[in-house]
Design a protein around this ligand. Structure first.
Ligand code: ATP
Length: 306
């Protein structure tokens, strides 16, 4: 199976280093989320992998080969970089047929990917009449056309309706389960958390993290337990007796840092504290991501003056 291999990759535009000595691998069989603040270098990296730009130094390879030397590129890698890549005057179907013909892909794939992306009813309409979400689906259809072993999608959820977001989640999962290498950039943390197995995070062109998603969160966000009770004094006293410093929130609930649900549940039961809610507060990808990238965000908004 084919992976994406980025080695010591650097790209400079004039004096600006868009990608700075980047090394990572996107292996088959999992969805890798590609994260980073605006301008971190995600799109530039994808363009370098696709041979749309030349690296200043280093390499980006697909199954060991640079894109330019792939015998049948669309059969190796399918990419969505820009939802507006299709000519507005063509129908969605014709756009895909031209692409199939120029890459020696059988015509039947056109109907298959139209079906897969839910575009069959709109296939004979001109692309200029498509909504953003439909153009996005057409871009995904084009990426799938060659039945490629590697998928690289830049913000695929952009413009999709809720049903489309659920669909893309399932699609990404299936593509990885079929053994393909899938790299997906996104700014939507909840979305990424719902489909990614692994994360590659950039900041100002440099690699900030390359880790399984759960490890990424657990290393940065302390686990806590969220509790609600009808007897705050009893809860606070019981927790304090067992060495826990709980934090009370104005909404009425408490959080117990560095604690496990089982322990707090047993403790409350033993001490006779009535509980209305007891849940694990595991930390979100958004919390972990903001913690990591805080220092690396070029365009951070200044806090508002009171
Ligand atoms: N063709 C170009 N010429 C000059 N500078 C460029 C060019 N393409 C990208 N850059 C610069 O390279 C840096 C990385 O941009 P890139 O688009 O790769 O970031 P990104 O992580 O994809 O950002 P976003 O999340 O906003 O899409 C930015 O500073 C950008 O201005």
């Amino acid at each position: 199976m084919t992976s994406i291999d980025v080695r010591d990759l650097t790209k400079e535009y004039g004096t600006r280093r868009a990608v700075d000595d980047l090394t990572f691998t996107v292996p088959p069989g999992r969805v890798t989320g590609f994260l980073g603040p605006n301008g971190a270098g995600k799109s530039t990296t994808m363009r370098l992998v696709l041979g749309l730009d030349r690296p200043t130094s280093g390499s980006a390879r697909l199954g060991g080969r640079p894109y330019a030397s792939l015998p049948q590129p669309l059969r190796t890698v399918g990419a969505l970089l820009d939802a507006d890549a299709a000519l507005g005057s063509r129908t969605g179907r014709d756009h895909l047929r031209v692409l199939a013909a120029t890459h020696r892909i059988p015509d039947r794939r056109v109907d298959e990917v139209l079906e897969e992306t839910g575009l069959t009813p709109a296939a004979r309409r001109r692309v200029r009449t498509y909504s953003l979400g439909m153009r996005q689906r057409l871009g995904i259809a084009a990426a799938l056309l060659g039945d490629p072993e590697v998928l690289m999608l830049d913000e695929p959820s952009n413009g999709l309706d809720p049903e489309g977001i659920v669909w893309i989640r399932g699609l990404l999962r299936r593509l990885a389960d079929e053994g393909r290498a899938v790299l997906v950039s996104s700014h939507l943390m909840n979305e990424t958390a719902s489909f990614a197995d692994h994360l590659v995070v950039l900041g100002r062109g440099r690699l900030l993290a390359d880790t399984p998603m759960r490890e990424f969160i657990d290393a940065r966000v302390r686990p806590a337990v969220r509790v609600r009770t009808s007897d705050s004094d009893a809860l606070e006293n019981a927790l304090a007796r067992h060495g826990h410093q709980a934090v009370h929130h104005p909404e009425g609930h408490w959080t117990v840092p560095d604690a496990r649900v089982d322990d707090i549940g047993r403790l409350a039961s033993a001490e006779g504290v009535p509980l209305l809610e007891l849940t694990a507060d595991e930390g979100t990808l958004e919390q972990a991501y903001l913690d990591l990238t805080a220092a690396d965000t070029e365009f951070t908004a200044r806090p508002q003056e009171a």
